[in-house]
Design a protein around this ligand. Structure first.
Ligand code: NDP
Ligand code: 8X3
Length: 257
């Protein structure tokens, strides 16, 4: 029986790249996000790759919306094997004394509460079946703070804590919990979202080689294809030209396609 993977935030970036890779790797996919048109395009693409796919269009910030979306799944799609908690974002890049409350709320509600709602709804079924795997997308921003990163970093430190907490609560139920903590990742809308659609400001990857969304997707595939006795708990990964949140060699791209 093919495994069912639910990916939050599959309409772009890391979630989209992971959906593509998993579709080619024999999984049944539930793809979620708020942009219905993108979800429909993704469904068609997944099916053209030979994967069964369902889509759920909702906002992870609403527990009720998460719950209704999952309830709408047909019986044979209810037993989710892998939950990829990926939906998330940074909003703004201001020092703490100038931060916008709407930005803070959007990050906290999406990156922490959305992840918690999805986990709370899906983990009981995993416990009942004594089987499952939860993979959280954290960040280098959850390992080390950087100037003006304040609330985004706090949410990702929170994800890091939740991964550890989920692991110790769930291991006795045979549920695996993993996390990938990437540095800068291109082929995503991350920077555009952070800077409210300002394409010029969002050009933050031009002078070094960051990771690509495919690099992160490959790591996720590696994690979920380990044999059942192996739990990869935490993968911290960055482009070779990035040594930490605060040390990036911006002297130019070392590798040009
Ligand atoms: P993108 O902006 O490309 O993708 C974000 C995804 O999250 C989209 O599919 C978006 O879909 C979804 N999303 C955002 N808000 C909501 C919401 N309220 N409800 C449902 N879905 C939502 O960025 P990335 O692919 O880069 O981001 C994915 C994860 O990776 C995030 O958790 C981010 O923090 C993390 N990350 C990113 C890094 C980077 O440099 N890019 C580095 C380290 C971690 P839609 O808009 O359709 O709802
Ligand atoms: C995204 C990486 O450094 O922009 O999580 O916070 S960073």
């Amino acid at each position: 029986m093919k495994k069912i993977v639910l990916i939050t935030g599959a309409t772009s970036g890391i979630g989209k790249a992971t959906a593509r890779l998993l579709a080619q790797s024999g999984y049944r996919l539930i793809l979620t996000g708020r942009r219905e048109d993108r979800l429909q395009q993704m469904k068609e693409e997944m099916e053209s790759l030979g994967a069964e796919c369902r889509t759920l269009c909702y906002d992870v910030r609403s527990y009720e919306a998460c719950s209704k979306a999952l309830e709408s799944l047909p019986e044979d799609w209810q037993a989710i094997d892998v939950l990829l908690n990926n939906a998330g974002k940074a909003k703004g890049f201001d020092p703490i004394q100038e931060g916008q409350l709407t930005h803070w709320e959007e990050m906290i509600d999406t990156n922490l509460k959305g992840l918690l709602y999805m986990t709370r709804l899906i983990s009981p079924g995993m416990v009942e079946r004594h089987s499952g795997h939860i993979v959280n997308i954290a960040s280098t921003a959850g390992k080390e703070v950087y100037p003006n990163g304040n609330v985004y970093c706090a949410t990702k430190f929170g994800v890091d804590a939740l991964t550890q907490a989920m692991r110790i609560d769930l291991f006795k139920h045979n549920i695996r919990v993993s996390q990938v903590a990437p540095g800068h990742v291109e082929e995503t809308e991350f920077a555009e979202v952070r800077f409210d659609g300002d394409k010029e400001r969002a050009k933050i990857y031009q002078d070094f080689n960051p990771l690509t969304s495919r690099d992160v997707a490959e790591t996720i595939l590696f994690i979920i294809t380990r044999p059942p006795h192996v739990n990869i708990q935490d993968v911290l990964m960055m482009g070779t030209q990035q040594a930490s949140s605060n040390f990036i060699d911006r002297s130019g791209r070392q590798w040009v396609d």
